[in-house]
Design a protein. Structure first.
Lengths: 126, 405
């Protein structure tokens, strides 16, 4: 495959983990700047804060306010080194365990505290 | 053979999916106040919806991606917020109206005030979403929705004047109440072309594991399904024109619409009306909350599928659960379902540009569609629909103020 367009093919792309589970999208992409080295794409950021930052300061403030309302102190944001990318196609596969990501905290919390307590929440395919 | 079963099923799905609270209410109002004259708006709306569904279905079948997924990836998060917020606001209004429709049907059937039915409706709906899979939601409501054919039977029994109806298929200017005429035209278009319909359809293509092999099924489903569905909406307009207009009854309560079937079909007509209102609104409720959850999950990259157990896609399952219960509240506290329906149809019409215009870009993207990109006729049709959507956006608010009362 030839060149990839960062803004067209990479940013906002669907991410999947080792198990091919959907784990969010590339919400931000960070370049690393080191003295004497050319900049390189270094970090994938996943999470609401990163998305809010892209929209503007007011959105970031709104985002923080909503999280404060729910008493969250830590940022639910994941930073994954770009080296973890295994495959770039329709989705981008990362060599990570989705469950271990901070950005998946809400998914895990809802699954264990809400969904599994309601009958019919778990099991095989419906 | 299996393919034809799928085609038949698809057609049935779109018939059942087409008629719901919005099209029943707006078509009945149109017929009551302007006779057959607004029939052309239903033709225009139905054709537009068929084209949009064919395209989003083709996009999903070929690229294996949903429309919401591509809206986010190809246009970026900042742009994606626009359709996300617009579709959420109008879909929430529409789903409240649908729960209102179900509640009214139950009120007519039992005599118990509609407010008491909103929460139970939401709970039963939630249970079906939680325990059921995509096939149950899609095909169950579609099959039961066939009861809507009673509107066609009612229209035929009233012996419509075919040449007059034929002429009404072409646009004409009103002789009286111009603002009201255009207001109803916009409402009818909003009821016909709902973003949730094509967002749901595009996600459904992935849920049903469509591939390039299904392009024929897609074309027939979008085309024939909408011809039948739109036909039923026209039948509603015709019955209202023949039953309500001569008696000068303007529809300001749902109970009055029951007359349109009770007149030609008697007591059975009333039963059919209640069943149609109940089933189609209930089906639409499930489809709309799913469409909203799909949009959110696909746009933000969460796991999603109505075929997965809720613990495998907790955020998706929580989203539709919260939405359906939230939508029951306004009806439970006594908001008038019909007023809400009218407002939500006009709001829907105004929301169309943000989901119609981006489709033009995606349908011409060779990376996604290879040889299945739009040809010039499809592009021309899409440009016309996009222009129509911009006119609707501009005209919606003034017409709501001038003709809404």
């Amino acid at each position: 495959m030839g060149a990839l367009h960062l803004s067209h093919d990479v940013i906002d792309a669907q991410l999947v983990d080792r198990q091919q589970e959907k784990i969010g999208r590339i919400d931000e992409l960070l370049l690393e700047l080191e003295d004497g080295q050319p900049p390189r794409v270094a970090t994938i950021v996943i999470g609401g804060v990163a998305r809010a930052r892209r929209v503007g300061r007011w959105m970031l403030a709104l985002h923080r306010a909503v999280h404060a309302l729910f008493g969250h102190r830590e940022e639910q944001e994941s930073r994954v080194p770009f080296d973890a990318v295994r495959r770039i196609a329709d989705t981008i596969e990362l060599d990570v365990e989705g469950d271990a990501l901070a950005s998946m905290r809400l998914e895990r919390w809802l699954a264990t505290h809400i969904v599994l307590r309601i009958p019919g929440g778990s099991g095989e395919r419906k | 053979m299996k393919k034809w079963a799928e085609v038949a099923l698809g057609v049935v799905t779109s018939i059942g999916g087409f008629l719901e609270v919005g099209s029943i209410a707006t078509s009945a109002q149109g017929g009551a106040e302007f006779g057959y004259q607004l029939a052309w708006v239903l033709v225009l709306g139905t054709m537009s919806l068929a084209i949009l569904m064919e395209m989003t279905g083709r996009l999903a079948a070929v690229s294996q991606r949903t429309y919401a997924d591509l809206l986010r990836e190809r246009f970026g998060y900042r742009f994606f917020l626009l359709p996300l917020v617009a579709v959420f606001v109008v879909s929430l209004l529409v789903v409240i109206s649908e729960i209102g429709g179900v509640s009214i049907a139950l009120q007519i059937a039992t005599g118990i005030d509609f407010r008491w039915w909103a929460i139970p409706t939401a709970i039963v709906g939630w249970f079906l979403l939680w325990r059921g899979n995509f096939t149950i939601v899609e095909q169950g409501t579609a099959m039961l929705g066939l009861v809507a054919i009673s509107f066609a039977v009612g229209a035929l029994k009233l012996h419509p004047v075919w040449p007059t109806l034929g002429r009404a298929m072409l646009p004409s200017l009103p002789s009286h109440d111009r603002a009201r005429y255009w207001y109803l035209a916009v409402s009818i278009l909003g009821a016909s072309i709902s973003p949730y319909l094509y967002l749901f359809y595009s996600a459904g293509a992935i849920e049903d594991e469509w591939t390039i092999e299904h392009l024929g099924v897609n074309r027939v489903t979008a085309g024939m399904g909408n011809v039948f569905g739109g036909g039923l909406a026209i039948a509603t307009l015709v019955t209202a024109a023949l039953v309500l207009a001569p008696r000068e009854i303007k529809v300001d309560r749902y109970e009055q619409i029951a007359l349109v079937l009770a007149t030609p079909l008697g007591r059975a007509g009333l039963v059919f009306f209640i069943m149609t209102l109940f089933i189609t609104c209930f089906g639409a409720t499930l489809e709309i909350v799913l469409a909203m959850a799909y949009l959110l999950a696909q746009g933000l990259g969460w796991n999603w599928s109505e075929n997965l157990k809720p613990d495998k896609d907790a955020r998706f399952a929580t989203s539709y659960s919260v939405l359906i219960l939230l939508a029951a509240l306004p009806i439970a506290i006594g908001m008038d379902p019909l007023t809400l329906t009218n407002i939500s149809m006009v709001a829907t019409a105004a929301s169309l540009p943000v989901t119609v215009i981006p489709l033009f870009v995606l349908m011409n993207d060779g990376d996604l569609l290879n040889t299945h990109v739009n040809g010039w006729p499809s592009n021309l049709a899409l440009v016309v629909i996009a222009l129509l959507s911009i006119v609707l956006l501009v005209a919606a608010l003034p017409l709501q103020l001038l003709g809404g009362g």
